[in-house]
Design a protein around this ligand. Structure first.
Ligand code: SAH
Length: 358
């Protein structure tokens, strides 16, 4: 077996039978001893992948400007919770709070709540946000965030939540599971759980072998937050790679050192994600009484918020190297071949509010 976690998962399967893909993802990412986010800080050039806040401070500044504008549009409620889900290294929140310093009223009203399961990343966030201008509390779960109006941001959070997969057979949809092959290695197979027809409404018929994904945890977290926003006020921005309409396909992917890796090969040592089903997230928000806006592409969102103008300001008076670095960052964030089109932004608000640029 390739990794310590692979051995532990194989032992679990040998004892209790095949596991769901959701269980595999949860162990790979969050295992208390060997989980990917438990054991490392994966972001950055030296890590496995680079997220938008790590590309340029402009990203977080524009998100901050949006959140503060949404707060003002709702009558500047005080007190207010500024919530981030899965804050990584704390870079996005640091950039949001830098913009917030321009709005003392917002800072005075704000309590920051960070929802993070990895103790190691919590430490990194604590270091990064040591000079934050308002109080910060960390939480394991979204339900722990105290009540009141909440302005919530989640960048590359929903893609890390465990999904389930179902495969079409000649007659049925069966859950895809992970068991052991003849050599004792982890291998995909089909389990007894089935999908009933109600889950397939709106989808075309599928050939045997077709895969359908479900994101029950992402949908449940969205429902919890949307219920809260609908009743107590606030707004949410979810930014992630994903698809706009329900569809088929296997989007489970492992990434290690900036390249795709086989999903079952290095559990605990590669990032494991799935594309986000934005239609399902928007549906979960609307079922909970909130209003979903968009999704729109990250490029359209950032350009409408003044990405180019903000970058020009930052570049003013800088040398050619600094200018080229900023230009590359803009292209990374908004270029069609880069993050611009693949990443989508979904906003959720209470009814009766339409936050620009949606
Ligand atoms: N938002 C950051 C990091 C994205 S990586 C950025 O853009 O750079 C995903 C983050 O979500 C990590 O901080 C990870 O530890 C956290 N995470 C994953 N699953 C989680 C869960 N169930 N609850 C809370 N945080 C979670």
């Amino acid at each position: 077996m390739t990794t310590p976690l692979a051995r532990e998962i194989a032992a679990e399967i040998a004892a209790d039978g095949p596991i769901s893909i959701a269980r595999y993802m949860a162990r790979c990412l969050g295992d208390p001893r060997h989980g990917y986010y438990t054991t490392r800080i994966p972001f950055g050039q030296d890590g496995d992948f680079v997220t938008a806040p790590e590309v340029s401070q402009v990203f977080g500044e524009l998100i901050g400007a949006w959140l503060i504008a949404a707060w003002e549009d709702q009558g500047a409620p005080s007190p207010v919770r500024l919530v981030e889900l899965g804050p990584g290294r704390g870079t996005l929140m640091a950039d949001i709070l830098r913009v917030a310093r321009l709005r003392p009223g917002f800072l005075q009203a704000t309590h920051v709540d960070l929802v993070e399961t990895s103790p190691r990343l919590r430490d990194a966030q604590r270091d990064r946000l040591a000079d934050a201008p308002c109080p910060i509390t960390w939480h394991e779960r979204i339900e722990e965030v105290p009540g009141g109006p909440a302005f919530v941001v989640a960048n590359e959070f929903f893609d890390a939540l465990p999904i389930r997969q179902f495969m079409r057979t000649e007659t049925d949809w069966h859950e895809r599971v992970i068991g052991l092959d003849d050599t004792g290695a982890l291998a995909f197979g089909l389990g007894p759980a089935r999908l009933d027809d109600a889950a397939l409404t709106g989808l075309p018929s599928a050939q045997p072998g077709t895969i359908l994904e479900r994101q029950p945890i992402a949908d449940a977290i969205m429902a919890t937050l949307a219920t809260r926003i609908a009743t107590e006020g606030g707004a949410l921005l979810a930014i992630d790679y994903g698809y706009l309409r329900p569809g088929f396909g296997d989007t489970l992917q492992a990434v290690k050192s900036h390249a795709y890796a086989p999903v079952l090969e290095t559990p605990g040592e590669a990032d494991l994600t799935a594309h986000v089903n934005f239609a399902a997230l928007a549906g979960a928000a609307e079922c909970s009484g909130a209003v979903a806006h968009g999704p729109m592409t990250q490029a359209a969102f950032l350009l409408a918020l003044g990405l180019v103008e903000r970058a020009q300001k930052l570049a003013a008076g800088k040398d050619d190297t600094a200018f080229a670095t900023l230009e590359a960052a803009l292209n990374r964030l908004a270029g069609a071949e880069e993050m611009g089109e693949l990443f989508k932004v979904l906003a959720v608000t209470s009814p009766g509010i339409r936050p620009p640029p949606f």
